[in-house]
Write a protein that binds this ligand. Structure first.
Ligand SMILES: Nc1ncnc2c1ncn2[C@@H]1O[C@H](COP(=O)(O)OP(=O)(O)OP(=O)(O)O)[C@@H](O)[C@H]1O
Length: 616
């Protein structure tokens, strides 16, 4: 291997007759004075049949062609492998052309490849281009990151593990995970969460896809990890296991919850809400005031009578409601508040409180919060504000040597679909954006860190994106997203050009902690979502044919007039052991007729379904 062409302090070209280069591998340039290390960022191979007309083509810099000839390569007569190498150290002047280049031993480059020992950090995968260093690896770096290849299964680690020094997040906080659909984002997120589970770092994980559970071992992996994680994970559903304590809400918090419940939350509604809501209101007392205000405007007599029955003639309550109704403005604003409140109430959000979450975080658990995305974005605004305040109060008291309240641990906040929680652009109502921004800007002081994944970095709030000191970038196809990634990271033009073609599970990690962008194959997860069955296999297994019980129950009733289905509902319910509706039965009959299992005969009172006739 030899340096050819014109060299600069930043780049050299290295050519070889025998060796194909790999992107990402590190070479040592044997310039006797400088001996810099460099990383292969681009590779090309030319075979000896290359037509001479191609020789001066724009494929490659003309200086490099001349350089090749000068050091004895015979263009068009032999195979030449060429690598563009980025110099990784500051050198006072360019390296000498003609200098040799060689592969390093692991100890010569370990400082470039490892930011900390595997036990001290998060082992996320294998650094691409380090496969040939495998043999020189010390024992503690082996078998840390098995890889998964579709069709081949779990394979042993090949290369140097990528270890993320999470302790350095105190200085360089927050992680962004970007990548298009199927690029390996969720898989990568799972690997990070498993590492947090190993270290028992408390984390709050919003799980809109209901996929973050860690109790099912990945096929081909030992079940030890899944067994370990059971006691370290708490999975809670908003509205069932956790929710908002209404009495705790400030007027502003309630306003942002209602705003997020849907529709356009107007200024009029905000005013009306703040007129009616009082500190320590319960859901009951608040709804009663709201209904009475609406009643006074729309059905005055009836409402007054109701209030008097409750509180007597000329009560203070009646006067209060009169005042409120006057100040609250148009009743449509009050109605707007009411339907939003009902929507949230129907989801059960006010039925529970956040104590299961605070308890789990105190126990250093990975705390997964499930729910539909709209509800999670509403709930997260309230929850993150609360938890962040608890942590901040604790740390502030500690620093000011004041009496300590409840101890509250540092923690991570993790979510997929982050652009829904904190969208870019103020035209989108986003109750959680404010508090996510606050954590992005100041969380590091209190040990609160974000891990935000999104398919659309271009749609994520730019203040937050700018604070993500580590970005893990999977395959990305949209030009707009690539542009944002380029603006927000130090990935080179060559790397950006490769983004649309990255295989699933391979990512560029651009991190202030590592100091340079590294291509990493994310390791195989130890666990998987419990039901990640291929949907087509599922279709065959679970939806293969007609339900046998249904078929035999229906058969007994043939021929069946569509108009008489109601008569047979009790028989069908008994046979199936569950309630069935008229429409459902009609749909089955139509489906069975379409599948050729029944014959559909049109009659004056609608169709009749019967066994297919012999001749049919
Ligand atoms: N590190 C990896 N090693 C091997 N295979 C991987 C890896 N990451 C992802 N894959 C493969 O790619 C598939 C898609 O990955 P994943 O579900 O993480 O995509 P995604 O980016 O989260 O997509 P979406 O946003 O649509 O959910 C996985 O089911 C797996 O087969």
């Amino acid at each position: 291997m030899q340096v050819v062409g014109v060299t600069t302090q930043q780049y050299v070209y290295v050519a070889s007759r025998e060796r194909r280069f790999r992107i990402g591998e590190i070479l040592i340039i044997d310039d006797p004075e400088l001996r810099p290390r460099g990383e292969v960022v681009e590779t090309k191979s030319f075979n000896r049949f290359l037509p001479l007309t191609m020789e001066r083509s724009p494929l490659i810099d003309p200086d490099v062609w001349e350089g090749l000839e000068q050091v004895g390569f015979r263009l068009g007569e032999e195979t030449i492998h060429l690598a563009k190498v980025r110099i990784l150290s500051d050198i006072p002047y360019p390296v000498a052309v003609g200098a040799g280049a060689r592969l390093p031993s692991f100890s010569e480059v370990s400082d470039l490849l490892l930011s900390c020992e595997p036990d001290a950090g998060l082992v996320l995968g294998v650094i691409l281009g380090t496969e040939e260093l495998q043999d020189g690896l010390p024992e503690e770096l082996r078998e840390r990151a098995p890889l998964f290849v579709k069709g081949e299964g779990v394979l042993p680690q090949r290369g140097v593990p990528f270890v993320f020094d999470h302790r350095a997040m105190q200085e360089y906080p927050h992680i962004g995970i970007f990548g298009g659909s199927g690029s390996g984002k969720s898989f990568g997120m799972r690997v990070i969460l498993e590492e947090l589970l190993e270290k028992r770092i408390p984390a709050l994980v919003f799980d809109p896809h209901y996929e973050m559970s860690f109790t099912t071992p990945f096929e081909g992996m030992s079940k030890d990890a899944a067994d370990r994680y059971i006691l370290r994970t708490e999975v809670l559903t908003v509205g069932r296991d956790t929710g908002v304590n209404f009495e705790d809400l400030t007027g502003n918090e309630l306003a942002s919850l209602l705003a997020a419940a849907g529709g356009n939350f107007t200024e009029g509604m905000d005013n009306a809400l703040k007129t009616i809501h009082q500190e320590k209101d319960s859901l009951l007392s608040f709804t009663q005031k709201l209904d009475d205000c609406i009643g006074l405007v729309e059905k005055e007599e009836e409402t007054r009578e109701r209030i008097r029955k409750r509180y007597g003639e000329g009560s203070a309550y009646e006067r209060k409601i009169e005042n409120m109704a006057r100040q609250a403005g148009h009743p449509s604003s009050l109605r707007g508040i009411r339907w939003r409140l009902y929507r949230l109430e129907r989801e059960g959000i006010f039925r529970q409180d956040i104590s299961p979450i605070t308890d789990a975080l105190q126990r250093r658990c990975l705390t997964v919060i499930r729910g539909p995305i709209w509800l999670l974005t509403v709930f997260s605004a309230y929850l993150v504000r609360k938890l962040y305040r608890m942590r901040r109060n604790y740390i502030d008291a500690l620093q000011r040597c004041e009496p300590l309240g409840d101890k509250f641990p540092p923690f991570f906040i993790v979510t997929d679909e982050a652009h829904n929680f904190a969208p870019r652009g103020i035209e989108f109502a986003a109750p959680a954006r404010g508090v996510f921004r606050e954590v992005a800007q100041e969380g590091r002081k209190y040990g609160v860190f974000l891990i935000l994944a999104t398919q659309r970095p271009a749609l994520l709030d730019e203040t937050i994106t700018a604070q993500l000191n580590t970005k893990i970038i999977f395959r990305t196809v949209r030009a707009h997203d690539i542009r944002v990634i380029q603006e927000e990271t130090d990935i080179s033009g060559e790397e950006a050009g490769r983004l649309p073609y990255l295989p699933s599970g391979t990512a560029f990690i651009s991190s202030a902690i590592v100091g340079r962008t590294v291509a990493v194959r994310i390791r195989c997860a130890r666990t998987q979502a419990p039901r990640s069955v291929n949907p087509f296999t599922e279709l065959e297994n679970d939806f293969g044919g007609v339900d046998e019980r249904l078929w035999s129950a229906l058969r007994r009733l043939l021929p069946l007039d569509a108009g008489q289905v109601n008569l047979y509902l009790p028989d069908l319910e008994e046979a199936l052991g569950r309630p069935v509706t008229f429409d459902e039965v009609l749909r089955w009959l139509e489906d069975l007729a379409a599948a050729g299992m029944l014959e559909r005969v049109e009659g004056p009172f609608g169709p009749t379904f019967r066994e297919p006739s012999e001749e049919g």
